[in-house]
Ligand binder design. Sequence first.
Ligand code: FAD
Length: 305
Amino acid sequence: MEVELEIRKGVALKNYTSWRVGGEAEFFCEVHSAKELVCAITSYCGKDKKKKEKKFKKVTVLGSGSNVLISDKGIKGLTIINKAKAIYEDSQEENLLIAESGVNLAVLYKAALNKKHCDLSALAAIPATVGGAVVSNAGAYGDEISKHIEWIEVLSGNKLKVLKPTECGFGYRKSNFLTFLHNDTILRVAFKKEEFCATKAEIKRKGYLEYRNRTQPKGYSAGSTFKAVSNLNALNPAAIYIDKAGLKGYTIGGAVVSQLHANFILNLRDATASDIKDLINYIKATVKEKFSVMLTEEVQYLGLW
Ligand SMILES: Cc1cc2nc3c(=O)[nH]c(=O)nc-3n(C[C@H](O)[C@H](O)[C@H](O)COP(=O)(O)OP(=O)(O)OC[C@H]3O[C@@H](n4cnc5c(N)ncnc54)[C@H](O)[C@@H]3O)c2cc1C
């Protein structure tokens, strides 16, 4: 399976993240299909001694870059921007809608609606690709992506595997892809067919969007910085602690805690990744000191810290 991929050196990654911060990718390429994604990884990261190309030790796959803080020092190895965007109904199992991992959730929502497949209205406004959403089990308004999944196709080493959701350790903003499956690359995800009303789904989506626009700040952020805090059987929003600690508007360098939503850190004035990391650490220390609560990041750190 040979595909020509353009590998570039020293590409600024800030343009590929929603925070607009971070250094350069040592090596960089974009892929436009699951096939190209497999090729990028297997041809450039394998141990084929016959070929003379440079072999990259490390591969990082980025979707929309909306849940990552990339170090100012950048990322070593090959960074792949995943634009694999095909969506189709399975020809053998007509009950499945299959999306490549670079499909945007808004596009997936629309396709699922048009094909009368399933209701993804709660997920439609999350600025994510399918792959990135699976990694953190993205969700909102009581729904999460894992609830709709039949199987996930991954590249593990140089082997293709199909995983059931029960093998992926899904929980609140977590999956095994953040831990022991972190070297697996998500290629395709199959979504189950569900009974639902398309008109109601569209009404719900508009309501959720209106709520987001009212309660979340515009600008460069990664959405919620911290996970909700588990307290007995309930989840308390991290924003409550940050707000009560008086940190709204607190600024380090170009990074500021949003006045509208205390769990959002905004890149207001050319912030660096270090500004944001310092602000994250300051928030954690302050909330710990005031309430004896340890906040944990929802965002993931990438690169050399
Ligand atoms: C304004 C705003 C609102 C948000 N609202 C929500 C919300 O309501 N709910 C929510 O859950 N999140 C929310 N987020 C956070 C973010 O959108 C989600 O976490 C999303 O799932 C990240 O997807 P992504 O494609 O951007 O992943 P990225 O940020 O690109 O990557 C995240 C991680 O997944 C890995 N990864 C990406 N693709 C693959 C792949 N194909 N295979 C293996 N690993 C991969 C990356 O290496 C990285 O470790 C919000 C963010 C913003 C900016």
